[in-house]
Design a binder for this molecule. Sequence first.
Ligand code: FNR
Length: 378
Amino acid sequence: MAEILEINDLKNLARRRVPTMFFDYADSGAWTESTYRANEQDFSKIKFRQRVLVDMTNRSLESTMIGQKVSMPVALAPTGSAGMQHADGEILAAQAAEEFGVPFTLSTMSICSIEDVAENTKKPFWFQLYVMRDKDFVINLIDRAKAAKCSALVLTLDLQILAQRHKDIRNGLSAPPKMTPKNIIDMAIRPRWCLGMLGTQRRTFRNIVGHAKSVGDLASLASWTSEQFDPQLSWKDVEWIKERWGGKLILKGILDKEDAIMAAKTGADAIIVSNHGGRQLDGAPSSISALPEIVEAVGDKIEVHMDGGIRSGQDVLKALCLGAKGTYIGRPFLYGLGAMGKQGVTKALEIIRKEADVTLALCGKRTIADVGPDMLYR
Ligand code: FNR
């Protein structure tokens, strides 16, 4: 096996090990994928100021996100169907994050349930909520997340309607997946993945199946999901969810200054500047380019986090320099999961930590508190 040195190495290995329809599900964006590409590319336009002869001993990447200690300010973003990259994917990713000392966020659309992850981890994780039309089901999810002692609720705001990803349609990715001859062969040549899936009971969307009214299997889930995202979601809903939850609340999917100002008024603990990894509004700006304006508007009122396009520790630091207090990675940990299960997620985190640490030193800084705009050329 080629040496794994960067996130791209994990991506290449995952491409070989995960059936195409599931790899592509992770590795795709909406429509032309221009926002997905911009998320990554715009980081490379930002340049660091190299400094020399500064004492670089005793460095640390430790920080906090919403008041919780993190070994570095990088959380695992909520990603639906992570359990299709690797059997029991959400459990493995949560365990890797826990051991590394960073938050793991479980998606509503996960294969493993809130309870599955809680039973297999020791520390609290975060839960991401999609607000569905069926408010009883939303209440059921919130209450289950509370019972599992989740330490933050991440409320996603940018999916009132689902955008289209061409690759998923072309690959026949549906619930259940279309078993065309091409897909069967594609899976059969990846026996490691298939055996893993056969060896686990966790193959359906366990947060939903058996909990939402009239969803008893994968087929009924598909029609339920297509009509359940709530096009009437409003700031009023954010209020009642905040009330019902009663704990730390993070609002995800803010890309516009005006929305950031509204979000800050809700009294939430943080916002995530995000375009859903380029999976929703294609043609929207990259998250990193949207970040400075939002930090300027609300940075003194609410903690600002960001995600989208982070592929290295350098990208993490660039986001922090531009005012983010925390960052999230989606695909980098999914690639790790697909490539090597839990070990791959740990590897993704280690790569990012190493890159961030060395970059910090070469910029003449020692701690996250030292990180600021003076590290960059503007
Ligand atoms: C996502 N994302 C996402 N967000 C969310 O709030 N709930 C979800 O269920 C999902 N599902 C999901 C699946 C997959 C396969 C991906 C790649 C992404 C968006 C995710 O939380 C995050 O915003 C992006 O992944 C960040 O961009 P990068 O790090 O993937 O470039």
